[in-house]
Design a protein around this ligand. Structure first.
Ligand code: 1GP
Length: 257
C-alpha cells in the first residue's frame, strides 16, 4: 500500500484543519489485546482520525495486537516504533522516525538502518518524521538518550525543525513524553515552528483536557496525539470524554480551513 495513509492525512488536514490521533501501547505488562482493540474501537467512534501504535519500552511481540487493531477499525493504524522491536507489517503505515536531538547516533540513524531492509521488503507505507524531544521527555527521552529542549527556549527546536524541513521529513513531531505534566508542549514552541516552517507539526505528551488539545491546535499543531488520557479514561466512560476532546479539536481546526 503506497501513500494511501499519507494521502488520507493530507486530505483530511485540508478539510478539517486539524487531526486527532490516539496512541495505544500494546504492552502485555499493563494491558492485553482485547483491551487495546476495545480502546481502538472506542477512539474511532469518538472521532479520532488514526490509531498510533507504539511505546518506548516493548515487552513481547506486537504483531498479534497490531493485526487485531488494524482489523477492528476503519481509520488507519500507524506504527510509532520506539525501536526495531516496534516494527510490524500488520499496520496500515509506519512513522519512519529519527530522534534528531538524541546524543546517540543509534536513535538518529542506527535503528533505522537495522530496520530498513525488512521494512522495505514488507512494502508497508512509511511516512518520514523528525522526532524532537521537549522537556521533560519522560521515558522516551531517557531511552532515546535525548538532550530534551528546555520548555522556555523555542528557538532551539525551531533550528531543528528547519533542518528537518530542509532534509525532507514529511512531519515534525514535538514530543514532551508520555504522561508529562504541563498540558502538552508549550504553545510558544509550537507557534514559533509553525510560523516559520510549512511542515505539519504533530504534538503529544501531556495533552489531557479539552483546553490542552484546543490550545495545541490554536498554537498551530496540525495533529494532536493523546495516549495516557485515552488509556486511563476511555474504557470507563465509553469514550464520552474523548468525544469532547475531539470535538474541541475539530472546532479549533475548522477556524483554520
Ligand atoms: C507519547 O506523545 C505521546 O509519545 C502521547 O503522550 O501519553 O501523554 O498522551 P500522552
Amino acid at each position: 500500500m503506497s501513500g494511501k495513509v499519507w494521502k488520507y492525512i493530507t486530505e483530511k488536514l485540508a478539510s478539517d484543519g486539524a487531526l486527532h490521533f490516539t496512541l495505544l501501547d500494546p504492552d502485555p505488562l499493563t494491558t492485553n489485546i482485547d483491551e487495546v482493540v476495545q480502546l481502538a474501537k472506542i477512539s474511532e467512534r469518538a472521532g479520532s482520525d488514526a490509531i498510533m501504535i507504539g511505546g518506548s519500552t516493548i515487552f513481547g511481540y506486537i504483531d498479534e495486537s497490531v493485526k487485531a487493531m488494524t482489523e477492528a477499525v476503519d481509520i488507519p493504524t500507524i506504527l510509532f516504533p520506539g525501536n526495531i522491536t516496534g516494527v510490524s507489517a500488520e499496520a496500515d503505515a509506519m512513522f519512519f522516525m529519527s530522534l534528531l536531538n538524541s546524543t546517540n547516533q543509534y536513535w538518529i540513524i542506527g535503528a533505522q538502518a537495522l530496520g530498513a531492509p525488512g521494512i522495505k521488503m514488507s512494502e508497508i507505507e512509511t511516512i518520514s518524521m523528525a522526532y524532537l524531544m521537549v522537556a521533560p521527555g519522560k521515558t522516551a527521552s531517557w531511552v532515546g538518550d535525548a538532550k530534551p529542549f528546555p520548555r522556555d527556549k523555542p528557538k532551539i527546536p525551531l533550528m531543528y525543525a528547519l533542518a528537518a524541513e530542509l532534509i525532507g521529513f514529511k512531519l515534525i513531531y514535538l514530543e514532551a513524553g508520555s504522561g508529562a505534566d504541563g498540558g502538552g508542549v508549550p504553545s510558544e514552541m509550537i507557534s514559533m515552528i509553525t510560523q516559520f516552517s510549512n511542515v505539519p507539526v504533530i504534538s503529544g505528551g501531556g495533552f489531557n483536557t479539552v483546553e490542552d488539545v484546543v490550545r495545541g491546535v490554536e498554537a498551530g499543531a496540525s495533529i494532536v496525539v493523546q495516549g495516557t488520557y485515552v488509556e486511563k479514561n476511555a474504557l470507563a466512560d465509553n469514550g464520552e470524554g474523548l468525544k469532547k476532546r475531539v470535538a474541541g479539536l475539530k472546532a479549533a481546526g475548522a477556524k483554520r480551513v
